[in-house]
Every structure is written in structure tokens, then in C-alpha cells.
Design a protein around this ligand. Structure first.
Ligand code: SF4
Length: 368
């Protein structure tokens, strides 16, 4: 990662600290920027009269805001870097600090992917779902990454980005339109702050008029979630390297086969650990209680386990047959192989119990 081309926008934070005359603030930075944290602490302390304590625990999103525990340390303000505000209240005054990257990749390498995905979307536009499927056909639909029953009304290109590249979207929209694409920058729900924004747990801007996607960002964390959620083809353009690629549907189908296997192996389970995340933006208490009641309805037992961090060493030893995860959805999706027992999402539990049908296709565990 080329850190020199990142812009850490500390000016608003410095101004707020000066205006409030804060004495102790906490700085929270994402994992990829931790190496720069001490430099930022130096800068804040040299420009204000506040002392800075680094919240050094792992931080993967704005769901994970420093909350009340820092109050006991006397922290007056939390400076949270690199993520945007969510629809949650951490109980602490929090200043969100933007980090933007000024990389400017060429469009040409990604155009062949976009053209082929637009063709896929066009061919899906008029295909209708078969309503009278056998159980076997319904399970095939579940495993088919692009076989969702959600109807398309158009084949627009949905343009999305991870947060440090969102400021480039208007310019990219313009360039893509000049290249002949009909582009929309999706507007998501309350968990998302900006048009075109995606999170690993929220793709709520998707709608039936979008036939395929372009993701501006690096890595496959967001692309995997977006394709699992929408079943739509996705091209990727990496602003750090200029590389273009696509999310392979074989890869998504492998994940779906793994989910299918975990659902089937949970069907015989009788004792479940139901994980509740303690992080402010991951806590889904109502959902966890609903899963407990659902298990009871089917003559099974659910034990509610609350954790700040979830990991194999912290839960594998409990005498249960499987886990249902209501904390960060990506724990079940991305890390399932790390656990010695099946780890499934609430939707997958409903399928395992026969409350939801295979033929509706895979339903991504979204936090609204
Ligand atoms: S994907 Fe997980 S870590 Fe990322 S914002 Fe959502 S809940 Fe938080």
C-alpha cells in the first residue's frame, strides 16, 4: 500500500480538540494503518494540548467503536479513523476521520469484463424463475451463484467503492458513461453514509435495475460479500495497482457449496451456541433471542454466548454441536474452516430447520 498517497484528514479533529479543550482522547485506526498510528499521535499532541491514547485492539469497522470502557480511563473524545459513521450509538463523543487515496487507475483494462458482464445481465433480464421445482432443483438454485430468483428490471452498471476511494466515483461515473455504460451509484440504507459505499455486512444499495457491478478498491472481502448478496457479476479495479479482474463465480459457488454442507451437517445438531457480538455495531440481541426461540420450537437447545471478539480458542470447547453467529456476519462466511464445529448464519439455521426454502436462493446475512 502506497501510504504517501493517502490523505489523513486530521485538521477537523485538531480543531474540535482545541475548541473543546480536551485533555485525553482515544485514537482508533484500522489494522492497515496501525504502523502510522504513532506518527498521528505525535501530530495531534504537537498541535493540541490533549494527550492521546491508542485503542490498540484490532479494529475492522465502525461497528467496533471504542465505547464506554474508555470513559473509565477519562477519555473525553474518540477519534475513529478510516471508517464512516453508522447508525449506532457507542455512548462516546466520536469524530470520524476520512482517509482518502488519490490513485487514478486507467479504465481500459476493466472494460472487457464490464462488457461481458453486461451481456450476462442482458441474457438474465428476461429469464423467469421456475416456480414448481423439485427439492433437488431447488437445492441447485441455492448453489448457483447467478441463479437467484430476484428479477432484473434493467442491466445498469452499479458503481461502488470501499471508503477510501468513494471520492473518485463521480469522475468514474463520467468516464464509464463516456465508454457507453448506463451507470448508477447505489444509495444504501442507514448503516451506510455515502452513495456507492459498501461494507462487508451491508449491500443495501442493490436494486433490480442493477444488472452487474464495478468495485473500485482492493482485496476480495467486499466483492465476495457483494456477489454472495446479489448473485450479480462483478468486475474489480484496484486503485493501488491499476489491475482489473472479476470475482470468479466458481469461487462464489465453492463458498455456496461449503455453506450448503454446513447447513446439512447442522440439521442433526440438537445443542447450539448462539453468538452475540458485544461490539456496538454488531450486537443483534433480538435476532439471537429469535434464534433461541426458533430452536426451542424445533425441540432443540440454544445457549446465548456474548463475546467482544470471536475466535476458535474462545468457543470451540463448549459442549454444543454447532454455532449460530449473530455477530459480524463475515465470521461465519469467511472463517468457518477455523472452527471445529459447524458455524452457520441465522438464515442458514432457518434453512436447516425447514423454516426457509432452498429455492429462494442464498440469502446473505446483512446487518441493516
Ligand atoms: S463486516 Fe463485520 S467488521 Fe465489517 S462493518 Fe460489518 S460487522 Fe463490522
Amino acid at each position: 500500500m502506497d501510504l504517501d498517497r493517502h490523505d489523513f484528514q486530521l485538521d477537523d479533529l485538531v480543531k474540535r480538540i482545541q475548541e473543546n479543550d480536551n485533555r485525553l482522547i482515544a485514537l482508533q485506526v484500522p489494522e492497515g494503518l496501525k504502523m502510522q498510528a504513532l506518527e498521528m499521535m505525535d501530530q495531534i499532541e504537537s498541535e493540541t494540548s490533549a494527550k492521546v491514547v491508542l485503542a490498540a485492539d484490532p479494529c475492522y469497522g465502525a461497528c467496533d467503536l471504542v465505547h464506554d470502557k474508555m470513559k473509565m480511563m477519562g477519555v473525553e473524545l474518540v477519534a475513529h479513523m478510516g471508517h464512516s459513521q453508522m447508525n449506532i450509538d457507542s455512548g462516546m463523543p466520536t469524530q470520524f476521520i476520512d482517509v482518502t487515496y488519490d490513485g487514478d487507475p486507467e479504465l481500459e483494462p476493466v472494460l472487457p469484463y464490464l462488457q461481458s458482464h453486461r451481456e450476462m445481465a442482458r441474457s438474465r433480464l428476461n429469464s423467469s424463475a421456475n416456480q414448481n421445482m423439485s427439492e433437488e432443483e431447488a437445492q441447485e438454485v441455492f448453489l448457483d451463484a447467478v441463479g437467484r430468483s430476484a428479477p432484473l428490471t434493467d442491466t445498469k452498471l452499479g458503481l461502488v467503492a470501499s471508503i477510501q476511494h468513494l471520492h473518485k466515483l463521480p469522475e468514474f461515473q463520467d468516464r464509464l458513461e463516456k465508454a457507453g455504460f448506463e451507470v448508477t451509484v447505489p444509495l444504501g440504507g442507514a448503516r451506510l453514509t455515502f452513495p456507492g459505499q459498501v461494507l462487508g455486512c451491508n449491500y443495501s444499495g442493490d436494486d433490480d435495475s442493477i444488472g452487474h457491478y464495478l468495485f473500485l478498491g482492493s482485496g476480495d472481502f467486499h466483492p465476495i460479500g457483494l456477489v454472495l448478496h446479489t448473485g450479480k457479476p462483478l468486475s474489480m479495479l484496484d486503485p493501488y495497482t491499476g489491475d482489473a479482474s472479476e470475482m470468479s463465480l466458481q469461487r462464489i459457488e465453492r463458498i455456496l457449496r461449503q455453506r450448503f454442507g454446513l447447513i446439512v451437517s447442522s440439521q442433526e445438531a440438537t445443542r447450539f451456541g448462539i453468538l452475540i457480538g458485544e461490539k456496538p455495531g454488531q450486537m443483534r440481541r433480538t435476532l439471537a433471542l429469535r434464534m433461541k426461540r426458533l430452536l426451542e420450537k424445533h425441540g432443540k437447545t440454544g445457549y446465548l454466548l456474548a463475546l467482544e471478539h470471536v475466535g476458535p480458542d474462545l468457543i470451540d470447547f463448549y459442549p454444543v454441536d454447532a454455532f449460530v453467529n449473530t455477530a459480524c456476519p463475515r465470521i461465519a462466511i469467511d472463517d468457518a474452516v477455523r472452527y471445529s464445529k459447524p458455524m452457520i448464519t441465522p438464515f442458514e439455521l432457518e434453512v436447516a430447520l425447514g423454516e426457509k426454502k432452498w429455492e429462494t436462493g442464498y440469502q446473505f446475512d446483512e446487518i441493516p
